[in-house]
Design a protein around this ligand. Structure first.
Ligand code: 5AD
Ligand code: SF4
Length: 473
């Protein structure tokens, strides 16, 4: 089933196998080299940039060539079983390398490190270091110990670590768009989700450090920041000196006010937490992108309750209405899980119908994968057979493909402001950029001298399911 394979790729493994090198060419002064791969979500990608910064300070330089690395790091994801299996498979590929370069170290970072802890060292003999998401500051020390043959584990979770003071080293960057982490952890306890166990309690990062990082990025030529957190709407920072409380809406406003030429995006929102204040702030600033990722997970109130999502089908639909009322041009996307415990055909139909109601422009779609230790694993039976899960997921994917295509066709004839991100993948004579609604728009370069990072108005002339095609107006 091709669609399923494709779908699985869009999220977990979208960044799979991508090795990251620094944005700028570095002089070859580093004594040692590290190679890092990130798996799973944007949060991991952003964490790898923090890890790179810590390693740079220790005299390590990044390489994209695994064969010359002294240190290989895998920043892992545990959200579905398949994500973990992918990493295990990748590890076996390093075995041969280690036979040739015995001094090479292999480290596991991220959620899988946190979930499996010391067990990883027992199960994967190749691994020298296991470091959880809140323990990256201890990496230099653990590397030193591993160099003397002492394997190390640090998976301590923290209540206050936000790495606020660390300037991330931008990896594999296009120089235009960047991720900025604004909070860590999650307090929501959705019953299917392993994240609260692997990333710990929710904590927000100092607002000034976020704004400063975004301002620096703008000064360096970046034109878009995506503010990242597991649940950005519960961002909360108390500025004691100014006696100010900073909510997510306020933070959005602070970042948007840096410069009208800096676009602001954010991810992920929880339907129960996104407020009118956030929606009105989005509407007020042209440079806050009109795009909300609003995971629904299921369209059935009964299933949502088992998932501990704390909203009903009707509440979610009212939220979609409110978004469209305040920002008629706002695009919405979702995460959807097929085949959660006890899901009936009727529940599944509710999911299909809420998708149609919400008119998602895009979705990340998965079938349920039981994760050890979660509330669902402890309380419910994973009772929907795999073939049923896959068939339901296939129906969800097909519906989404139809809706995405339809949404793109409706854009034909409209003109959008596009931020140019670089050449199109297919041709150097075309630019590729994004609309505020997060759709990719490809258009021929014309005689006007333009560069990546420029804004340009483009009229859509044609569309496929995934891309808009247009011409500069
Ligand atoms: N099985 C399938 N999908 C899951 N997600 C989280 N946990 C699971 C799981 N156990 C999905 C949710 C979430 C996205 C990041 O991954 O849709 O929003
Ligand atoms: Fe997991 Fe729910 Fe937190 Fe998202 S909001 S990370 S799905 S517990």
């Amino acid at each position: 089933m091709k669609t399923l394979e494709l779908q699985e790729k869009t999220h977990d493994e979208a960044r799979q196998g991508e090795a990251f090198a620094p944005f700028a060419e570095e002089p070859n002064v580093f004594k040692k080299k590290f190679y890092i791969e990130s798996y799973g979500c944007a949060m991991n990608f952003s964490d790898s940039e923090i890890v790179a910064s810590l390693l740079y300070n220790e005299g390590f330089g990044a390489t994209q060539n695994v064969e010359e690395a002294d240190l290989i790091l895998l920043n892992t994801c545990s959200i579905r079983e398949k994500a973990e299996l992918t990493v295990r498979k990748r590890l076996t590929e390093f075995r041969k390398l280690k036979l040739v370069r015995r001094s090479m170290l292999v480290g596991m970072l991220g959620c899988m490190a946190e979930r499996l802890k010391g067990k990883l060292l027992e199960e994967e003999k190749l691994v020298d270091l296991v470091v959880g998401p809140d323990a990256y500051r201890s990496l230099p020390q653990l590397i030193k110990e591993a160099e003397t043959g002492q394997k190390g584990v640090n998976v301590l979770l923290s209540r206050d670590e936000t790495y606020a003071d660390i300037s991330p080293v931008r990896l594999n960057s296009n120089g235009i768009t960047a991720f900025v982490s604004i909070m860590r952890g999650c307090n929501n306890m959705c019953s299917f989700c392993v994240v609260p166990f692997t990333r710990g309690r929710e904590r927000s990062r100092d607002a000034d450090s976020i704004v400063n990082e975004c301002r620096d990025l703008f000064t360096q030529g970046f034109r878009e920041v995506t503010l990242l957190g597991q649940n950005v709407d519960s961002y909360y920072w108390m500025d004691e000196q100014k006696d100010l409380t900073i909510t997510f809406a306020k933070l959005l406003e602070m970042v948007a006010s840096i410069d009208p030429l800096l676009r602001v995006r954010f991810s992920t929102s929880h339907p129960k937490d996104i407020t009118d204040e956030v929606l009105f702030t989005m509407a007020k600033y042209n440079n806050i992108c009109k795009y909300i990722h609003l995971p629904v997970q299921s369209g059935s109130t009964r299933v949502l309750q088992l998932m501990n999502r704390t909203y009903t089908r009707e509440w979610y639909m009212a939220k979609v209405d409110r978004i469209k009322e305040i920002m008629p041009d706002c695009s919405i996307s979702a995460d959807i899980i097929a085949g959660f415990c006890t899901e009936t055909e009727e529940d599944h139909q509710d999911t299909l119908s809420i998708m149609e109601y919400s008119k998602y422009d895009m979705s990340y779609m998965f079938f349920y994968s039981e994760r050890p230790g979660t509330l669902a694993a402890r309380r419910f039976t994973d009772d929907v057979p795999l073939d049923v899960k896959k068939r339901r997921l296939d129906e969800i994917v097909k519906l989404q493909n139809r809706m995405s295509q339809q949404s793109n066709l409706l854009d034909i004839g409209k003109t959008f402001e596009v931020l140019i991100e670089g050449n199109s993948k297919k041709s150097d004579s075309d630019w590729a950029g994004r609309t505020s609604q997060n759709k990719v728009l490809v258009f021929p370069k014309n005689i006007t001298p333009l560069a990546k990072g420029d804004y340009v108005h483009v009229k859509v002339t044609a569309a496929t399911g995934a891309t808009l095609i247009g011409e500069i107006v």
